[in-house]
Write a new protein. Structure first.
Length: 170
């Protein structure tokens, strides 16, 4: 049996407010971690680029062991690539407000087929389903962003190691 439009609208607003509250709590929990990761990626990007530019500028003075210089440049280029990838993946993690707007359509559809006799269970199930769908997407992006920042950090350290070797051998 279809719901009365006033009841449907009131129910929609109540569930949407509950969803917004859940999403805000999730954002408050994860945002500091994402911000730190982004700052690390920006720092690695800046330093890797600077070291790469300086080493290219001074490459004419390096006569022996040019292959070490190639490894160094490759490591820094890959560190730059993975830092940019981390920042790109992090954009998806900060899309919670846009997701909340997009979910309104799904929420309206779910409210139309609502069972008033099981109000508490049904409303909780709707919010949980929508939040879990977003959490699964967010978890996947978060995992990839973590992998890319780890790769960037490792490649940066490798680049620094080989830069030190070049300096030591010259």
């Amino acid at each position: 049996m279809p719901l009365d439009p006033k009841v449907e609208s009131s129910l929609f607003e109540t569930i949407y407010e509950s969803f917004q509250e859940s999403a805000s709590k999730l954002g408050a929990i994860y945002t500091p971690q994402w911000n730190v990761r982004n700052e690390i990626a920006k720092t690695l990007l800046t330093i890797s680029t600077a070291v790469l530019v300086i080493s290219i500028s001074l490459s004419s003075r390096i006569t022996a062991h040019r292959w070490i210089l190639d490894i160094c440049w490759s490591a820094f280029l890959l560190a730059i690539f993975f830092s940019v990838a981390t920042l790109w993946l992090s954009l998806g993690l900060f899309s919670l407000p846009a997701f909340m707007v997009a979910v309104r359509t799904d929420l309206r559809k779910a409210v139309k087929d609502f069972d008033l006799e099981k109000l508490e269970e049904a409303s909780g199930a709707i919010v949980n389903r929508l939040v879990i769908n977003y959490l699964n997407k967010m978890e996947k992006l978060d995992r990839w962003a973590l992998k890319t920042i780890e790769a960037s950090l490792l490649l940066f350290v490798i680049g620094l190691f080989f830069t030190a070797i070049i300096g030591w051998t010259q």
